[in-house]
Design a protein around this ligand. Sequence first.
Ligand SMILES: Cc1cc2nc3c(=O)[nH]c(=O)nc-3n(C[C@H](O)[C@H](O)[C@H](O)COP(=O)(O)O)c2cc1C
Length: 307
Amino acid sequence: MASKNILVIYYTQSGQLSDIIRNMLKLVSNEAEITTVEYKPVQDFPFPWTSEQFFDAMPECVKEIPVELKPLQIPDKTYDLVIFGYQPWFLSPSIPTSSFLQSSYAAVLSGKPVITVVGSRNMWLNAQEKVKGALQKIGARHVGNIVLADTNHNLISLFTIIRWTFTGRKEAKGLLPEAGVQTRDIEGASRFGPIILDALKTGQFDNLQQKLLDSGAVHLKPTLIVLEKRAITNFRKFATYIREKGERGNPARMPRVKLFKRLLLTGIFVLSPISGLTARLISLFKKKTFRRQLNYFKGIRYESGVI
Ligand SMILES: Cc1cc2nc3c(=O)[nH]c(=O)nc-3n(C[C@H](O)[C@H](O)[C@H](O)COP(=O)(O)O)c2cc1C
C-alpha cells in the first residue's frame, strides 16, 4: 500500500485518552504514517482539579465558550483519515475540545473522513451530538465513533472519578476499582486497529461504523439516555443563571456555583438511585422508542436537537 497518512488530534489531562488512542493504533502504525497533534489551551486546566475550579467550569462547558489555544503545528500533508479524540465535561465537549472545533485549526478536518474517539466516565451523548454538529459545520465526513467508558456501576464510577479528579489517584483502592476507563478496556482498544486499517486501505468508510459496532465500539444503557436528558436540561438552565453573574473565575458568581455543586451532589448521590429506577421503568415501557434512540446514539448520523 502506498503509505497512507493518518492525523491524530486530541486533548488529554491525565493521559488516559492518549493511552486509548495509542492502543487503538498499535497495529496500524506499521502500515500507515501517523502524525499526532495535541491541542492545549494557553492557560490549561488543572489536573487534579480544585473543587471551585471544577464546578466553575460547568457553564462555559455547556455553552461551549471557547478559550485561546496554544499555537498548533499541523504538518501540511494530505491526510487520508483523521482520528479526533476528546472527552465530555459536564455532558458537553471539554472546553479545549469546543475551542479546537471553533478555531481556524479545525479546517484541517474539512473534507476528511473523521473517526471520533471518546474517553468518558459514561455520559457522553450530548457531547457527541455537539461534536457531530460541529463536524458537519466544518464539512468533515464523520465515518466512525468509538466510545470508551467506565463499565462499573454508575454510583461506583462516580465515587472513583471524584477521587481521581480531585486527588489524581486513578488506581484501585480497597473495594473501589480503578477510576475511569478500565485498563483492560484501554488495552482492548487495539482490536479496532485492523478494522480501521482495512477501511483505510480500501477507502471504504461507508460500513466502518457498523463494523466497529460489531466489535463493541459503543455500549449504551437505555437508562443513561433518560438520565442524561434530564441532567443536561438542568445544566443548561444553571449555566445561564451562573453566567448572569460573570465569566469563569469571577468571584461574584461563586455563590451560584456553590449552589449548583450542592444540588448536583444531592442529585447524584440522593436522587439518582430513584431517578435511575424511574428511568429504567420508562425504558421498559417505551421499548420501541428506546430501541430507536439506542440505534441513533450508537450511530454517526446527525439530526440537530435530538437531546
Ligand atoms: C470537568 C470534568 C467534567 C467531566 N464530566 C464528564 C461527563 O459529563 N461525562 C462523562 O462521561 N465524563 C466526564 N468527565 C470525565 C472525562 O470525560 C474523562 O473521562 C476524564 O477526565 C479523563 O480524561 P483525560 O483523558 O482528559 O484525562 C469529566 C471530567 C472532568 C475533568
